[in-house]
Design a protein around this ligand. Structure first.
Ligand code: ARG
Length: 472
């Protein structure tokens, strides 16, 4: 029985007498997942067929029929009428089988000098390349929103924490810009992954290359790759491009999760630093007063899913001898899910940051608690009284103890009390004890002072092209 007579027959079925069992088909089929690569698969086939014709391996007429058939396949995909069939296993065999139905015999020549092993990883590299571009765009949008909000809050004083204990006053703008820096490195990592990924495995065939006189530079160029991969075994079996993309994505998701955690804390009644907009809050089915930061919590959880997807793929790859093994089929499920999840998270974070309202009064009040200007007092003693910093630290510690005993902030402790520890102190000391003075004094490069934050905001606006798209 020929393939044309029996459409249910597997493409590789020549040597088999019986069909695979249903369970075999279920565990083997990947079409539900890899149908997302249909455009990449058609692009790869077009480039391959053009090259085969150019190199005289198939005729021009056959190539024209193949290209025309692939046009029809694309039309069907766009119209939503393309028949994805699970019995055809994966997207590669679905496209080829449909092509055969549409154009007949020439379709059978398309797979000359090609294997699904180089075909799948070509498609996958193209898909990941596109996904990396999208993920970078998502991050850029988040950065722009963060920079805008940082510009608005360059002078908003808030507590800076270490160990989640009040440490020193900082500015909210400075805090938000910290995430802009992280996002910039995240974008850089995604960008780097895309550069290293951009080599073509097509033409490696099953694992050893081919005896046909193919031109791998031609297909590489047609698909926008920088060059063909130099080793056919590596070409079909390497998945470090996907691992690298997932690692970069997982780090980026980790940063989103940290910011999400800040939002969870800041929007709690105990902190009272921020209120999420209605669009980005959820209610409780029993407690009418609730306004929950669900999206932030989900981002926190989903960062672990993405880390898990990286670990799962690494686990699949680490013990595989060269070259291809079917373990690699699940690389796509993991990678697609990770990019989908990240895309959703970065958009949700952008929406939350864009619309969250900050409570500057509560932030300021919290910044004044916990003797947050104690370092400023110690620095003052060093500067004005030429005390060694270690001594100043000790003197300040004793003054803090007095304030603590009286239950007041440093700025509210009477001068006479301070003078019992250091008699040379005068009223002048109060000039450094306010949270505003403290934040304003942090003018070293990279510091939290409003001046430095405003400078950074200006730099970022230029760098991210923000001047162009906002009217201020
Ligand atoms: N669906 C397969 C995958 O995603 C395509 C490659 C199959 N190759 C093979 N020799 N069975 O990995």
């Amino acid at each position: 029985m020929s393939d044309t007579e029996n459409k249910g027959q597997q493409m590789w079925g020549g040597r088999f007498a019986a069909q695979p069992s249903d369970i075999m088909q279920s565990i083997n089929a990947s079409i539900d997942i890899d149908k997302r690569m249909v455009l990449q698969d058609v692009a790869g086939s077009r480039a391959h067929a053009d090259m085969l014709a150019e190199c005289g391996i198939i005729s021009e007429e056959d190539n024209e029929k193949i290209q025309g058939g692939l046009d029809q396949v694309l039309d069907e995909v766009k119209a939503g009428t393309f028949p994805y069939r699970v019995e055809l296993e994966d997207i590669h065999m679905n496209v080829e089988a449909r092509l055969k139905e549409l154009i007949g015999e020439p379709a059978g020549r398309l797979h000359t000098a090609r294997s699904r092993n180089d075909q799948v990883v070509t498609d996958f590299r193209l898909w990941v390349r596109g996904a990396l571009t999208e993920a970078q765009a998502g991050l850029l949008a988040l950065q722009k929103v963060l920079v805008r909000r940082a510009g608005e809050t360059a002078e908003t004083v808030m507590p800076g924490f270490t160990h989640l204990q009040t440490a020193q006053p900082v500015t909210l703008g400075h805090h938000l810009l910290a995430y802009v820096e992280m996002a910039e490195r995240d974008r850089g990592r995604l960008h780097d992954a895309a550069l290293r990924l951009n080599e073509s495995p097509l033409g490696a065939a099953a694992l050893a290359g081919t005896g046909f006189p193919i031109d791998r530079d031609m297909t590489a160029e047609a698909l926008g790759f920088d060059r063909p991969m130099a080793n056919s075994l590596d070409a079909v079996s390497a998945r470090d491009f996907a691992l690298e993309a997932l690692a970069a994505l997982s780090i980026a998701a980790t940063h989103l999760s940290r910011l999400a955690e800040e939002l969870v804390l800041w929007t709690s009644a105990q902190f009272g630093f921020a209120v999420l907009s209605d669009e980005w809050s959820t209610g409780s089915s029993i407690m009418p007063q609730k306004r929950n930061p669900d999206a932030a919590e989900l981002i926190r959880a989903k960062a672990s899913l993405i880390a898990g997807q990286f670990a799962s793929l690494q686990g699949a790859v680490k013990a595989l001898p060269l070259a291809y093994a079917k373990d690699l089929q699940d690389d796509k499920r993991l990678t697609f899910e990770a990019f989908d999840t990240y895309g959703l998270c970065v958009k949700a974070m952008t929406g939350m940051i864009e619309t969250v309202s900050f409570n500057a009064a509560n932030m300021r009040a919290a910044a004044a608690k916990g003797f947050s200007t104690a370092t400023d007092l110690a620095d003052y003693l060093v500067r004005e009284m030429k005390m060694p910093f270690r001594d100043a630290h000790h003197v300040t510690g004793r003054i803090v103890a007095l304030a603590e005993a009286d239950g007041v902030d440093l700025a509210a402790l009477p001068l006479q009390k301070m003078q019992t520890v250091e008699p040379r102190l005068t009223d002048d000391v109060f000039s450094v004890l306010s949270v505003e003075a403290s934040a304003a004094s942090r003018q070293s490069y990279g510091g939290a002072s409003p001046v430095r934050v405003a400078e950074q905001v200006t730099l970022w606006k230029t760098r991210l092209g923000l001047e162009a798209d906002i009217s201020e």
